[in-house]
Design a protein around this ligand. Sequence first.
Ligand code: NAD
Ligand code: LMR
Length: 329
Amino acid sequence: MTQAPVNVTVTGAAGQIGYALLFRIASGQLLGPDTPVKLRLLEIPQAVKAAEGTAMELEDGAFPLLAGTDIFDDPKQAFSGANVALLVGARPRTKGMERGDLLEANGGIFKPQGEAINAGAAEDIKVLVVGNPANTNALIAQSNAPDVPAERFTAMTRLDHNRAAAQLAKKLGVSVGDIKKLTIWGNHSATQYPDLFHAEVAGKNAAEAVNDQKWLEDEFIPTVAKRGAAIIEARGASSAASAASAAIDHVYTWVNGTEAGNWTSMAVPSDGSYGVPEGIISSFPVTTANGKYEIVQGLEIDEFSRGKIDASVQELVEERDAVRKLGLV
Ligand code: NAD
Ligand code: LMR
């Protein structure tokens, strides 16, 4: 180990995604096989003991790349010196809770976390928000970290991207590895738009390869967009291992780059591309290189796709307006 360890802060570390995520980070899958990591786990006080149990198991994993694990219940300490922050812990929607209540409850988490990142994270901090509603929670954190470049705050739609790849591969009887240039547009919610029109399968246009608009509209899009709810229905709990896997993919790709001839999907602050209002954290096709991402430019958006993108972006605008009213952004 020649390199100094990279500090990775994970919130909600004692939760189900945390349990699936931490061992993969420790084994080098987040940043690569040559990069040692130091874990900084943030939990609420009641869950610190459970996080300590997970830290014992991390120790027992004897991971050569794991330079240590520290546990905190104070965001300022947890984010101090963080190079990568995975914001997983969030307030789930409970019975009788309206969307506004959910946004307010999460504001109580993501505002202080944004402030703590602003106060003490490392210069090169990269933030991924997983906790739902992920895009708007990312906007809250970003708005409360005025000294950190806005583009360092991202939200996760890589799970949706991976789900779309899996559904398309199944339909066409190909490997997911044959699929390139898929895009998830908009919000990580049921309004998201998984776009096949620019995707390629073994070098051919994916929508043409499918050649079945009915399947695309009535099966593919709703299956991908409502997959989270289907998993909850089947498991009695929301997706955890696949969500952790997508978080690993998101950060790994951000840090290590997309391959030539491909892109990925990340929810990032809009620069106005594709008519998405500036500042909204919306999913786009992005390429990555040297630890930076760029929104893919110049894609032709037909009327069908335009309507789908606009509907999801409209939902994000409404969420932004709701948290603005609450004084969170
Ligand atoms: P979980 O309830 O098992 O774990 C959440 C953990 O967060 C708990 O241990 C809780 O104590 C902790 N927590 C709560 N408030 C905190 C705070 N202020 N600081 C630190 N920790 C805090 O939930 P989970 O299954 O791990 O899911 C976590 C979140 O990820 C949920 O919001 C879920 O909806 C979301 N999710 C997002 C995606 C995505 O694709 N973006 C996919 C799956 C799940
Ligand atoms: C998912 O897409 O699996 C989750 O965001 C679902 C949820 O509501 O936690």
